[in-house]
Design a protein around this ligand. Structure first.
Ligand code: ADP
Length: 169
């Protein structure tokens, strides 16, 4: 069974087999978690992302999918990049958000990663309300069929941590 752990802090400071990046489909970097991961992880990550754009993902990584690269100088073996949906009040995009967690865990299984750190995908510039995002994230991880032993949600601030803690129960 997969254990779920909550940590408040900076995901780029975590030690885990894999760290998940809330990327955008260009895979070429951005703000938030993405910017922090590339800054601390160094240029090797971006080099692999560029290679992925030149090969498998010429049109970018589709929303809800995941792909791994090296973690460069981060305290992990891999970064798993996944693209969250932009929140929409008119359209229910929650299956895509759940898919980010499931697809990332599937990639983790392929790599043999046993500990995986996730940020709260889509809750930054993509605008997803934290409580709803936490509900979707926890449900997706709990229902995933995976060999990953520990999923660690790394929340940047205390309010986000509290929201996830209430969701875990
Ligand atoms: P998205 O584009 O998917 O919304 P963001 O990176 O903008 O992704 O934000 C996702 C969440 O990660 C937000 O709740 C944001 O506060 C949080 N966050 C930003 N930087 C970090 C970090 N270094 N470590 C952990 N969480 C972070």
């Amino acid at each position: 069974m997969t254990g779920i752990l909550l940590v408040q802090g900076d995901i780029t400071r975590q030690r885990a087999d894999a760290i998940v990046n809330a990327a955008n489909s260009s895979l070429l970097g951005g703000g938030g978690v993405d910017g922090a991961i590339h800054r601390r992880g160094g240029p090797a990550i971006l080099a692999e992302c560029r290679a992925l754009r030149a090969s498998r993902y010429g049109r970018g990584l589709p929303t809800g999918q995941a792909v791994a690269t090296t973690a460069g100088r981060l305290g992990a073996q891999w970064v798993i990049h996944t693209v969250g949906p932009v929140f929409s009040a008119d359209e229910d995009r929650s299956p895509l958000l759940a898919s980010c967690y499931r697809a990332s865990l599937r990639v983790a299984d392929e790599l043999g990663a046993r500990t995986v750190a996730f940020p709260a995908i889509s809750t930054g510039v993509y605008g997803w309300p934290m409580a709803d995002a936490a509900r979707i994230a926890v449900a997706a991880v709990r229902s995933a069929d995976t060999a990953v032993e520990e999923v660690r949600f790394v929340l940047l601030d205390a309010p986000a941590y509290e929201v996830f803690a209430r969701q875990i129960g």
